[in-house]
Design a protein around this ligand. Structure first.
Ligand SMILES: [Zn+2]
Length: 319
């Protein structure tokens, strides 16, 4: 039997088919037209599902179900998206709507939770039962697995991005101040780079963005730091300190065997990982007594969310 996984993002809808061993048979991508509203996104998902199945000549009877990873707060039992910032959705009965339009079972979970499931099924965390994955993108998402199960609490638990790491710190989109997300997301890194550039126009960053701050992306401060630019180095140091604090808090709480990070910033590899792991170790409780897992880059990158979403569907393992 095959399973379909959909990774719903504010920019793209990614879709894939996996077989019973979580091998990705095929994948596709289309733009998300958020502005056209929820109904249009739902119809696009359905179109994509039928499209990829017919392209691969897979009949309906060979499909065990469709799993969806969605940003925001998801109530699993009802399949309702309680709130999604990226889509401006509230109380959207996504599972029910999709099930009206497709004959297969549908399951829905938060996108970062799907990503950690994907890494556990086919990526960096195969064989591990305690895993923390933090996604560094528009926001900071998290999937926390304890004793082999996603930590969900009664509902909506395991949200790492909105733990405060700095008292009276930066304003966060959630209304609090000093949240990890306000420091460690790619969005935060970019806006902080722009802000600090205004005070230090002599920085190499001005040259790297050709004088236009809108050209700054997550790579720019790393590039500047790599060339010895003092402002670039300062920005990256502050970024890594915040992320390291946030990850150390999670390690202290959950003591995972694997700690994974994902998102475009991870393309920096050692320029990020080496100082980050130093910072994490400095901040973890009892490093001399308890082993501290090294923070690693999640291996599956873009396909973790698809594979994890597909894994929400329990398939009869016949293939
Ligand atoms: Zn927050």
């Amino acid at each position: 039997m095959y399973r379909v996984g959909v990774d719903l993002g504010g920019t793209n809808i990614k879709i894939g088919i996996v077989d019973s061993r979580y091998r990705l048979i095929d994948q596709g991508l289309c733009r998300t037209n958020v502005k056209l509203g929820a109904e249009s996104v739902i119809q696009e998902i359905v179109r994509q599902v039928y499209g990829i199945l017919s392209k691969n000549e897979i009949s309906g009877s060979e499909v065990a179900g469709v799993g969806i990873g969605c940003p925001g707060l998801v109530r699993i039992e009802t399949g309702t998206v309680l709130y999604s910032n990226n889509f401006d959705w509230q109380d959207l009965p996504l599972k029910a709507r999709l099930q009206e339009m497709m004959p297969w079972p549908v399951e829905i979970r938060n996108d970062a939770q799907c990503a950690v499931l994907g890494e556990m099924k086919a990526g960096s965390a195969v064989g591990y039962k305690n895993v923390v994955l933090v996604t560094l993108g528009t926001g900071v998402g998290s999937g926390i697995v304890v004793d082999g199960k996603i930590l969900e609490g009664e509902s909506g638990g395991g949200i790492a991005g909105h733990n405060v790491i700095k008292k009276n710190g930066r304003e966060c989109t959630c209304g609090r101040r000093g949240c990890l997300e306000a420091y460690a997301s790619a969005t935060a890194l970019i806006s902080e780079t722009k802000r600090q550039l205004k005070q230090h126009p002599e920085s190499l960053i001005a040259e790297l963005c050709a004088g236009d701050p809108d050209n700054i992306d997550g790579k720019t401060p790393f590039l500047a730091a790599g060339q010895g630019d003092p402002l670039g180095k300062k920005i990256i140091e502050e970024y890594i300190e915040a992320l390291g604090n946030g990850l150390a808090n999670l390690i202290n709480l959950f003591r995972p065997g694997k700690v994974l990070i994902s998102g475009g910033i991870c393309n920096e590899e050692d320029a990020l990982l080496i100082p980050l792991n130093r910072k994490v170790r400095e901040n973890c409780f009892a490093p001399d007594w308890l082993s501290i897992p090294l923070v690693e880059i999640a291996r599956l990158k873009n396909t973790a969310g698809i594979i994890g979403a597909a894994s929400l569907i329990e398939a009869k393992e016949t293939a």
